[in-house]
Design a protein around this ligand. Sequence first.
Ligand SMILES: Cc1cc2nc3c(=O)[nH]c(=O)nc-3n(C[C@H](O)[C@H](O)[C@H](O)COP(=O)(O)OP(=O)(O)OC[C@H]3O[C@@H](n4cnc5c(N)ncnc54)[C@H](O)[C@@H]3O)c2cc1C
Length: 348
Amino acid sequence: MDATVLVVGAGYAGVAAANRIAAGGAAVTVVDPREEFVERVRLHRLAAGTGAATVPLREVLHRRVRTRAARVTRIGDGTATLDDGDVLRFDRLVYAVGSGAGTAPGGALRVDTLESARRVHDAAAALPDGAVVAVVGAGLTGLETATELAAARPGLRVRLLSAGPVAAELPARSRDRIRARLASLGVEVGEGVTVTDPATLGAGLVVWTTTPAVPGLARDSGLPVDDDGRLRTDATLTCTGDARIVGAGDAVAAPPEVGLVRASCQAALPLGVAAARTVLAGLRGRPAPAASVSYAAQCLALGPDAALIQLVDRHDVPRPVALGGGAAAVVKEQVCRYALRRARGRVA
Ligand SMILES: Cc1cc2nc3c(=O)[nH]c(=O)nc-3n(C[C@H](O)[C@H](O)[C@H](O)COP(=O)(O)OP(=O)(O)OC[C@H]3O[C@@H](n4cnc5c(N)ncnc54)[C@H](O)[C@@H]3O)c2cc1C
């Protein structure tokens, strides 16, 4: 197949897409600043010093996929400009830049990229026992970070602060189980607390887990985006402003018929697979099938040896069933491993 495909972003969606496009016979180059695949689902563990979160990128890619360690700064008319000044031409481009561009107010750190999680790790490691770590935001990332830190460093005083209730989207019974786990780890919980200035918290470290954000690349390139800067696509994940560009993962705003795109591996992986199908169909001159995302569970780690697996319906609405404790931690670990296996596919 005489076509050049660029995949921008080597996360779950980008790797899933690149491997399947290469297996379909097209020449694929993945562009990402790192030569490591970052298992973002493990970044809270890296931050707490309890585990690694990277795999050499080469190990997860199809042998025919080429890599380019660079950041794309602009996508133009069939070209991508890199931060090293090079300009790469493409016949098709997969836009899979994820959602690691969130910001934090002065003095606070985030945990959603490899570099930021390492900064949290270094800052926490330098704190003496008795110091306060404030985790702002009690969504899934805030909960995973607070519980992992509290379990790893029982001498620290970990505070979890949230404008709303902990795990606001989960049923009351699951929230109560989470509160019980937080209490058993000694995490001090402040619900109904809105933090605007980290300096007022009197903490040695503030970890800011609210408002993840997608990179501004699509917007800066003049491509159609939603209010959050996510690339607008049709149901086949084709960009509504440029048929050569196909989106996948957290950075995409797909129409409702695709299903809810929650920032998660559960959405990023099927979107990556669907993006590959769309690219290959386009290169073969065939119509592309519509993408589809559905959900089964929300898997929340609560320290190294406990978790909560909340079953949800295909639209991500919680069912009245959840699994907790050590058995759930085993399931959660299997889910993390499965996510990496699914991204790899059958790497030749
Ligand atoms: C601590 C934590 C725990 C999580 N736990 C879970 C969980 O349990 N279950 C779940 O489903 N989800 C979880 N998530 C969310 C999940 O990790 C993301 O939704 C998922 O990684 C999205 O995949 P993606 O491929 O869209 O983006 P990413 O995995 O973020 O990959 C995006 C890639 O794009 C690259 N990139 C960005 N900009 C550019 C550019 N300009 N040029 C080139 N490359 C670029 C980045 O370097 C990155 O490698 C968690 C996230 C965090 C932070």
